[in-house]
Design a protein around this ligand. Structure first.
Ligand code: CP
Length: 310
């Protein structure tokens, strides 16, 4: 695969063929991610994880992925402890990190930060979430979870529930679903629809999108229910947030009449959108999804960083 040395700023940086190859690569990484098999494919490689926003899964799964493959990490987990507190620019910070490491994984609150970092760095930059814009590696592991559970991506009917305005995971996922010809059903509070520009891009791609405000009706013949948290931290106005807070919740009654093989996904963290009673049902796939972050990111890092012929 020709991913060696490439930036992954947006899902659009990957072709559908490359995504399918990455999914197959990730499946082969599962025994290594589980610690049942050893690998040293990233031995001698150093990855900088630069996180300027909170994270549990993304940062730790990237770090786990690097270490399971025999590489090492340097990490910024608290922006307040960096010299950006003294006024250093993101661009200078990235330029310096690129001289210390072989690749940079960046999470930042500003939309466009990953593109700026990729321009400043002479090493590959992987976008681990830039504001309300994109989270491409989350979309890859979402696809992997669907592919593992349902055996295909083509023709799936996927309900996207929640904050489609600020939810970056669902922005990247929608592009991926459009690439694979999946059908999307949008169920969101009125004020939290897709940003116009993204919706325009999806329409231009010929994405199959419909809207169904009634969640139970939307779920009835769906293959995937993808739930998102309302991104409280991105609202400029507290009153606007309060109007939509708690406006949807998935519980057992939501899934009555759903297909037996329907899977419920959530990028996590959840904040009350899924009743924990769902955890015990065969529909719950969100903790498997969180685990699959490790083999998915292993496959990606391996493709970007592995020495030629290694
Ligand atoms: N899914 C996700 O991005 O989780 P974290 O914010 O914990 O990294």
């Amino acid at each position: 695969m020709a991913l060696r040395g490439r930036d992954i700023v947006s899902l659009r940086d990957l072709s559908s063929e490359e995504i399918l190859e990455l999914l197959e690569g990730a499946k082969k990484m599962i025994p290594i991610a589980e610690g049942r098999k050893a690998s040293a494919s990233l031995e001698g490689r150093l990855v900088a994880a630069a996180f300027f926003e909170p994270s549990t899964r993304t940062r730790l799964s990237f770090e786990t992925a690097v270490q399971r493959l025999g590489g090492r990490c340097i990490t910024i987990a608290d922006a307040g402890l960096t010299s950006m507190r003294k006024g250093e620019s993101l661009s200078d910070t990235i330029r310096m990190l690129s001289s210390y490491s072989d690749a940079i994984v960046l999470r930042h609150p500003s939309e466009g930060a990953a593109r700026l970092a990729a321009d400043a760095s002479d090493k590959p930059v992987i976008n681990a979430g830039d504001g309300a814009n994109q989270h491409p590696t989350q979309a890859l592991l979402d696809l992997l979870t669907m592919h593992e559970a349902l055996g295909t991506l083509a023709g799936l009917k996927v309900v996207l529930l929640g904050d489609l305005r600020y939810g970056r995971t669902v922005h990247s996922l929608a592009i991926a679903l459009a690439m694979f010809g999946a059908e999307m059903v949008l169920t969101n509070p009125k004020s939290l629809g897709f940003p116009e520009e993204l919706r325009g891009d999806l329409d231009a791609m010929g994405a199959k999108i419909s809207e169904e405000p009634d969640l139970r009706r939307a779920v009835r013949d769906a293959d995937v229910l993808y739930v998102t948290r309302i991104q409280k931290e991105r609202f400029g106005d507290e009153g606007e947030y309060r109007q939509v807070a708690g406006s949807y919740r998935v519980d057992a009654s939501t899934l009555e009449g759903a297909k037996p093989r329907l899977i419920v996904l959530h990028p996590l963290p959840r904040a009350g959108e899924i009743d924990p009673e769902i955890d015990r049902t065969p529909h719950a796939a969100y903790f498997r999804q969180a685990f699959l972050a490790v083999p998915m990111r292993m496959a990606l890092l391996d493709s970007i960083l592995r020495a030629r012929g290694g």
